[in-house]
Design a protein around this ligand. Structure first.
Ligand code: S3P
Length: 171
């Protein structure tokens, strides 16, 4: 892998993208960049407020704009939002911009990791487990386009980071 390449983390909500990206960036001396944080910064409000006040379509447009800008830079670990993969151009940009990883976890584990949190509007459902199961299935094909895949079930952040670093070493 070139020293300046990006590492892009994809995957459903609650699969550990943020914690893993931060630790990875730290260890590899790359810049940690969160697409969600940059959207909040450029819009001047929280993701949950963007969804509530402007709707998901508006959020997806902001996500696409911000992701395009981020993917044009180098030497970063990019922590993407779970739905960034839904747009074909987003996906092409992410795959071209560096080495992509998709983090996976089962429905029960995702539920346990995300319950009690209030910053993910798409998980505010009467039956959150059913919502997770359905969305995971709808998105599976898109997530599968990542170059590398990591099962994060029952794993600590450090273990996932180690696996990614080993995969990069042989890339
Ligand atoms: C979303 C995931 C969230 C955030 C937004 C939509 C999704 O990011 O971008 O709430 O569609 O899966 P995380 O995956 O970091 O929670």
């Amino acid at each position: 892998m070139s020293d300046t390449g990006n590492i892009i983390l994809m995957g459903y909500m609650g699969t550990g993208k943020t914690a893993v990206s931060k630790a990875l960036a730290d260890q590899m001396d790359k810049t940690y960049v969160s697409v969600d944080d940059e959207i909040e910064h450029s819009e001047g409000k929280k993701i949950s407020d963007i969804f509530a006040e402007n709707g998901e379509g508006y959020f997806r447009e902001a996500e696409k704009r911000v992701l395009k800008e981020i993917c044009s830079r180098t030497d970063q670990v990019i922590d993407t939002g779970g739905g960034a993969v839904l747009d074909k151009e987003n996906m092409e940009r992410m795959l071209e911009s560096g080495i992509s990883f998709c983090l996976w976890a089962g429905v029960d584990e995702i539920y346990e990791r995300t319950k009690g949190e209030d910053h993910r509007p798409l998980l505010e459902a009467v039956d959150p487990k059913e919502r997770i199961r359905k969305m995971l299935e709808e998105r599976r094909e898109s997530y599968e386009k990542a170059l590398f895949h990591i099962d994060t079930n029952c794993k600590k952040i450090e273990e996932v980071v180690k696996e990614i670093r080993e995969m990069i070493r042989y890339e």
